[in-house]
Design a protein around this ligand. Sequence first.
Ligand code: ZN
Length: 367
Amino acid sequence: MQRNRKNRSRKRKPAVRTGRRTAPPVLKSAAILVVAIIFILIIIPFTITMVFTSDSQEGTKKENRDPGAQPEETITDTAAVPKTIRVQREDSGKREKIEFEEYVKGVVASEMPSDFEEEALKAQAVAARTYSLAKVQNAKKNGNSSTHPKAPVCDTVHCQVYQDKAQLKKGKGADWMRSDWEKISAAVEDTKGQLLYYDGQLVQQALFHSSSGGKTENCEDVFASAVPYLVSVESPYEEDATHKKETLTLSLSEFSAKIKASYPDISFGTIPSGGIKILSRSSGGRVDQMRIGNGTVTGKQVREALGLYSANFTISTGKDTITFTTTGSGHGVGMSQYGANGMAKEGYSYKEILQHYYSGTTIAGGS
Ligand SMILES: [Zn+2]
């Protein structure tokens, strides 16, 4: 893969004096005066300008040249990425010990389209690494998930999808391995060991989703509790997102049957088309509460019952039908992957992408 790195070293040539002059004493002092005036008129204002502009230039240069340079924050959590991670594999039913950074590569390859921009892939690498390490730490403290009691992470959507090189080669082909796998490997290696921190602690929930539809969600509006770095932010560059607008039309009887089967504890009664209403929305635009017949459910519950792309939807009812039009794809919390790719295309770095979607976080660690 070709990578463009700007050569940022700027060498300044020292001024070289050429030629020598001798002049009579009177002319000499006149010349000194002229030089002094020129100095005052040109050099001093120039110096002042330099002083005032050098701060911002320095800031930009630092940002570009040294990815490790950031506002100082004390990292109290001294977590380091372990050499290996134990992964519960779905196909074999076995646990596998995998080299940690290789595991991150397999996650990025499975969770993000490989034709995404390099900075988006790097952002995904840091998010995936952070998410996995948090799982490992949590499992040490509180035990493994009951879904996979013998390993801290699994290779499905329950944790993060992971495929090893053999699986990827089988699914995507040898050409893909030569080009795209190498691209992903480079994105992971360029961010080796780097993790997301909030308030000096490792970020526990580096959540991500496919596309938000324009605005991400507050964590508490989708999941149980509020998380300070998972707050609703604009996601303006999602033009290329798949599933931007999807519609699903069901007959009223189909809809009723699906909702009632999914939530048997709620007594909906008969559900007339006039009895279906969106009651409230979250700050990110997803349906919060919805009335269906005599029952009230969340947008998330409706999404799950019907398999909608997102809970950001509008409804329109006909005499015997109901149509859902969804915006975006996924739960909408944390980093929008298509939004990240859009930001990368606009020239944002992976750190800027991460800090946009995970508010108030710092990237640290790595070699
Ligand atoms: Zn899992």
